[in-house]
Write a protein that binds this ligand. Structure first.
Ligand code: PBG
Ligand code: ZN
Length: 326
């Protein structure tokens, strides 16, 4: 005797009954890149077809389009007019992100707005914090103070969730303390808790204009080879008070997603990053794959691996397909 697995695969209705993992528009956070200056600006990024830098008014119109698709969660990245050594735009009440948060929340109080909290888009050297005296790497503890300030700026602008992405040690404690002292005790933190130094971020650095001017991010982002450290990083952020953990990138790190899922009861996000999106987009355009099906299979894989939240540039296309299949 052997087991006939195919018995439950033959009838499509039974296949539906036995489907364990389902995607929904409620799983997605859609990234928006907001450029200071012309509020109506809109420019597609060559390496990421379908992804745009937008002015503030354009971003507000984009939220109408997102809501029509059932998408109510966004994460904001800012591209300032002026960059300097500390990333002052990010610390200013009228910097691009603070202005964007206020404008979007005023026009769309029903959107759930998360802000990426880092300095690489705002510093002239492109690193994720202030440099140390030798200008060799990022000064961890000096950067912590600024992260606290930046978080309070976003909070005062009315953001719904803060997502620190700089991989500084102690960043969750620093941000939580600063937020609580400023009275924002109920503002959640979604930490980019396990973030690898990855070549998959390549296209993002075009769209966010945030490539480091020297060196790389390996002195703060994680070595892709290390599984134990990957778990420790997320568990440490849990201890420091993160409300949601994250693994980034997603596709090459699904073992880590499952490991963290099995080691923490906190909600878990994955960031389906720019290079992952670009690979599918360009392979689809070249006629090498069935783009829609590969996209849905990929997103399903993230959820099956244990992700509660998927941050993805595919969100709009996936929402269209999910609508069609209802
Ligand atoms: C900023 C940040 C990056 C991404 C999200 N936040 C880039 C980086 O760390 O270099 C990458 C997102 C993507 O590739 O889609 N710290
Ligand atoms: Zn950064």
């Amino acid at each position: 005797m052997f087991k006939r697995f195919r018995r439950t695969r033959i009838n499509p209705k039974l296949r539906e009954l036995l489907t364990q993992t389902r995607l929904s528009t409620d799983d997605f956070i859609y990234p928006l890149f907001i450029k200071a200056g012309d509020p109506d600006y809109k420019k597609e990024i060559a390496s990421m077809p379908g992804v745009y830098q937008m002015g503030i008014d354009e971003a507000i119109r984009e939220c109408d389009a997102l809501k029509a698709l059932g998408l109510y969660s966004i994460i904001l990245f800012g591209i300032p007019e002026v960059k300097d050594s500390v990333g002052s735009d990010a610390l200013c009440e009228h910097g691009i992100i603070a202005d964007s948060i206020r404008a979007i929340k005023a026009a769309h109080p029903d959107m759930f707005v998360t802000s990426d909290l880092c300095f690489c888009e705002y510093t002239d050297h492109g690193h994720c914090g202030i440099l140390d005296l030798e200008h060799e790497t990022v000064d961890n503890d000096a950067t912590l103070k600024n992260l606290g300030k930046q978080a309070v700026v976003h909070a005062r602008a009315g953001v719904d969730m803060i997502a620190p992405s700089g991989m500084m040690d102690g960043m969750i404690t620093a941000i939580r303390t600063a937020l609580d002292q400023a009275g924002f005790i109920n503002l959640p933190i979604m930490s980019y808790s396990t973030k690898f130094a990855s070549a998959y971020y390549g296209p993002f650095r075009d769209v966010a204009e945030s490539a480091p001017s020297f060196g790389d991010r390996r002195s703060y982002q994680m070595n892709p080879a290390n599984r134990d450290e990957a778990i420790l990083e997320s568990l440490e952020d849990e201890k420091e008070g993160a409300d949601i953990l994250m693994v980034k990138p997603a596709l090459a790190y699904l073992d880590i997603v499952r490991d963290i899922r099995n080691n923490s009861r906190l909600p878990l996000a994955v960031y389906n990053v720019s290079g992952e999106y670009a690979m599918l987009k360009h392979a689809g355009a070249a006629g090498l794959i069935d783009y829609d099906r590969v996209m849905m299979e990929t997103l399903l894989g993230f959820k099956r691996a244990g992700a509660d939240i998927i941050i993805t540039y595919h969100a709009k296309e996936a929402a269209v397909l999910l609508k069609g299949s209802q």
